[in-house]
Design a binder for this molecule. Sequence first.
Ligand SMILES: C[S@@+](CC[C@H](N)C(=O)[O-])C[C@H]1O[C@@H](n2cnc3c(N)ncnc32)[C@H](O)[C@@H]1O
Length: 300
Amino acid sequence: MQSRMMDLIESAPSEARNLYQKYNMEEEIDRIAYHYEVDSDFFKIITGGEWNHYSCCMWEEGSSLTQAQERKLDEFARMMNLKPGMHILDVGCGWGGPLVYLCQKYKVTGHGITISPMAIPVAEARAKKYNAQCTFEVVHWQELRSVKQFDAIYSDEVIVHFNDLDGFFRKASQLLKTGGIMVNKELHFRHSKHKHAIDKLSQHINKVYAYTGNYRTLRDELDLLDNNSFQLEEILDIPISHYNKTINEHWLKNLNAHRTMLTTMTSEKHVQDFKLYLKGICRIFTAKVFGLHIVSAKKS
Ligand SMILES: C[S@@+](CC[C@H](N)C(=O)[O-])C[C@H]1O[C@@H](n2cnc3c(N)ncnc32)[C@H](O)[C@@H]1O
């Protein structure tokens, strides 16, 4: 972990700990690295299942973790209206699991982008294992250039890191074919009063993200889509209990079961902070501060 960033975070004045901090691109990349640039096995072990989602899964009675990951991706596929031969973009592709699953199951080709270079070898090895037609690239969304327009774009719990969501939707519109679909899954504040009433627990969670949190209301997100000429297609409300199950019955269990190994990869403090952060998120969910939605919209 970079010590410059560690110092910046530990000594951040109180106003720098609030949501909606604006950074230049280099600083944003450094801050994202603070959370994501650890041994890839760290996130692989904690998230588990075949596809290693670092995002909420969708549960059905008796489903395994892998089935719950796939269930969510099948919803993404339905909302993007995937058909064989389409070309799709995963913004914030994590360790490649979601894109590889979609490409091999729905016979589409894909491109995944991330600003976390350590995730790329894991993603590429996975694509090879499944013979999936997809590529991965380390690039900030602002810098992405594509010779080919996409049929669909999706992101899963990534846009929280984007201060300039308006700019992201503008960029997505340029990258999409007319009539193409964009799908975003994200947590949303249930009321705008939460945006500025950030308590100690929320500050701790934002600190784990190196103060890159930009949680919004669903209404804010819909307004920005509308500003960028996206026509709303569907809003899927995922009960927040799905997130509690993902974290309590899997991520925390995995962390506790492999604590020694995770400590070797990082440090005792890192693992302890991570555990507190996971428990903190669950406490906020129980207090009904957040809702969880997948929003799809068409480029018109
Ligand atoms: C919470 S993880 C979600 C990963 C994946 N979508 C999943 O569901 O497993 C957030 C991801 O967003 C990526 N990310 C954050 N800011 C980004 C940016 N400006 N451009 C591209 N990717 C970004 C991170 O590198 C990380 O892979």
